[in-house]
Design a protein around this ligand. Structure first.
Ligand code: AMP
Length: 117
């Protein structure tokens, strides 16, 4: 992987402002700048892997921490009971634009179908 920093590392390092929702030793969560639902929060591991598969291969424990952080975000945002969606886009056809693995946590309203638009 290229060593070039992504926008998410700059957010984690405090170089770019973000609306932080939750953070712990291994993960960092902030509101998406272009929300696709009433609640749209990104959960990012502090250590960068390119995508979900690379994260799972390298550190399954960290992947579990990301998923647990998604649950914490849902609780904080008050959507743990109403339901929410967790999405990891991977590469071109999925529309991944930031190559630092991240979970989108979406909810706060009934969500549309997903897949082909
Ligand atoms: P993806 O397309 O899955 O790679 O998701 C990248 C997401 O990052 C998009 O939903 C963007 O809106 C979001 N994003 C990009 N830059 C920022 C930023 N500075 N602060 C918050 N969210 C951002």
């Amino acid at each position: 992987m290229s060593d070039a920093e992504t926008v998410f590392e700059r957010i984690i390092n405090g170089e770019i402002p973000a609306q932080v929702v939750y953070q712990d030793e291994r993960t960092f969560a902030f509101r998406d700048v272009n929300p696709q639902a009433e609640v749209h929060v990104l959960v990012v591991p502090r250590v960068r892997y390119r995508n979900l598969a690379e994260l799972a291969e390298a550190d399954g424990g960290l992947l579990a921490d990301v998923v647990k952080a998604c649950r914490r975000v849902a609780e904080i945002e008050g959507i743990a009971e109403s339901g929410y969606r967790v999405v990891f886009n991977t590469d071109g056809d999925a529309g991944q634009t930031v190559f630092h693995v991240h979970a989108h946590v979406l909810g706060g309203e009934p969500l549309g179908s997903f897949g082909r638009s």
